[in-house]
Design a protein around this ligand. Sequence first.
Ligand code: NAD
Length: 297
Amino acid sequence: MAEADITDIKSIGVLGAGQMGAGIAQVFSLAGYDVKLTDISEETLAESLKTIEHHMKRQVAKGRVNPDDVSSALARIETGTSYSLFRDCDVVIEAATENEELKREIFKELCPALKADAILCSNTSSISITRLASVTDRPAKFMGMHFMNPVPVMQLVELIRGIATEESTFDTIRTLTQALGKTTASAEDFPAFIVNRVLLPMINEAVYTLYEGVGSVDAIDTAMRLGANHPMGPLELADFIGLDTCLAIMSVLYEGLADTKYRPCPLLVKYVEAGWVGQKAGRGFYDYSGDTPVPTR
Ligand SMILES: NC(=O)c1ccc[n+]([C@@H]2O[C@H](COP(=O)([O-])OP(=O)(O)OC[C@H]3O[C@@H](n4cnc5c(N)ncnc54)[C@H](O)[C@@H]3O)[C@@H](O)[C@H]2O)c1
């Protein structure tokens, strides 16, 4: 495996300041990189900065981050709603909503704002890297860089080559990921790659188990926590990921692999249609309005 020279990489762009974008901005700023963070509204960006600061302080309390590093890391994050913020970025990571049409539109608009040699990555959970790369002006400098949630805590970053990704692009992103202290696993460009190809059908099956009345939310999560030794129950995890993201990933698996075993559970569809998309909305399989989450079924 070639070790790439990443000394020229100083500035990282992060597009989308939701749960993943905020986490990605946090780890790069703490690692000493300048970070440019964009989203569609100033309000979302202000919320995101608050979340980042809160999470950094939590890491300080746990002894994982030096208190002196927090203010300098926060000062390294610049936010804005225009792609012109990315003009000097060496690497830009897209972490917008999991929707192929939206991501394609973003890449078409974004590319003219980037340096010619900037590497462009997508944090997509499931969408074809080759297809996304095809709408950019740089398929050779495009790849999947799939961080796990929560980004500051999770050790793995899944790296995905599109058919046109150059080896030097892959080596640079792998070395950069390792410089963050993360471990990489390389996946081929198949729907949902490795982690979500295995994880999401399990979550979808847990929703079917609820839908068919095999168990309550509490029974299913308790069963999997204590019976399979999972750190979180599958429905709790679904709420944490976001039910909209879970449904989007299952739809990519269902359509991309043309196999009925990936059919999204109708109850998952209904929850998303109701806007009950999990923790970020205050309600999913649990209700988060009180001090402790309460199962809704
Ligand atoms: N949630 C997870 O556990 C998880 C894990 C790994 C990867 N991902 C992937 O990361 C990406 C983001 O997921 P998330 O959980 O952060 O979602 P999220 O809903 O928390 O955030 C998405 C953000 O994208 C923003 N956005 C939408 N359109 C935009 C545009 N045109 N320009 C800029 N910003 C735009 C939204 O305003 C929102 O802030 C998705 O591709 C998802 O599949 C999610």
